[in-house]
Design a protein around this ligand. Sequence first.
Ligand SMILES: [Zn+2]
Length: 277
Amino acid sequence: MVIFTLIVVLAIFQGAEARCFCTVKSNVLAKQTPCGFTITSIPEETCFPSTETKETCKLNENNKEFQSIEYSPGLDLWIDADSLIVAPEYKCQNTKETYEDLAKSCSAIQIVTRSQWQARPPRSRTNLVTPVSMLFVHHTAGATCSSQSTCSARTRAIQNYHMDSNRWNDIGYNFLIGGDGRAYEGRGWSTVGAHTGCHNRRSIAFSAMGNFETSSPPQIILTAIQNLARCAVSRGILSSGYELFGHRDAMSTSCPGRYLYSVIQGWPNFSTRPVRC
Ligand SMILES: [Zn+2]
């Protein structure tokens, strides 16, 4: 009972401790001091605990109010208060990962570039407006692979099928995840894909190589998907509060297979919001 009471008191105390602020504009500048130089630019809908400190800085004869946020442990930065809104505290709890942690997730995944897997050039491409707020997970419903050479060959075969049979401009997905744990660059970070019908222009898609309707996805693929998603957030491609879906949430398909789908349903960003095309 004493312990229980203590937990409740601690929870109340922590709840009152820090407010949470989220950016409401894209490319928000974070500065060393209110009037100081810019350290980094932050995508829209990125949330940070507040340090509860405000200061004004005179810019072009106008007094601008700046809010201090905890950018990462031990590093407080200043953001123009007009670019922030107060958000519910859970928004900050979900983004406890700092940008430094997120950037590390980019080095935790090896991306095999188009030239490395010997891609054909796209027939044409359309620029993706980022950050997008939706990530769709697919499976290729085909053979799996376990080395860079076999996964590269699979990726080339899928590109041929998408370009020659489907008559698409390029391989459909933004990235493919091999059974070797590498990410194979499809349309990449900045090109609209052909993967999820009505959502192509407002999402990116990762496709796990293999058939996960008939077998369970190996951990190496699951870890790679998670690292690539976190890397996408750190690069400002996915918004930090992005929603995760399976292809089947938007269209009538079994993709990404029942076994992979049941795993992603347990991930923190998974959304049950109806998104059927
Ligand atoms: Zn799919």
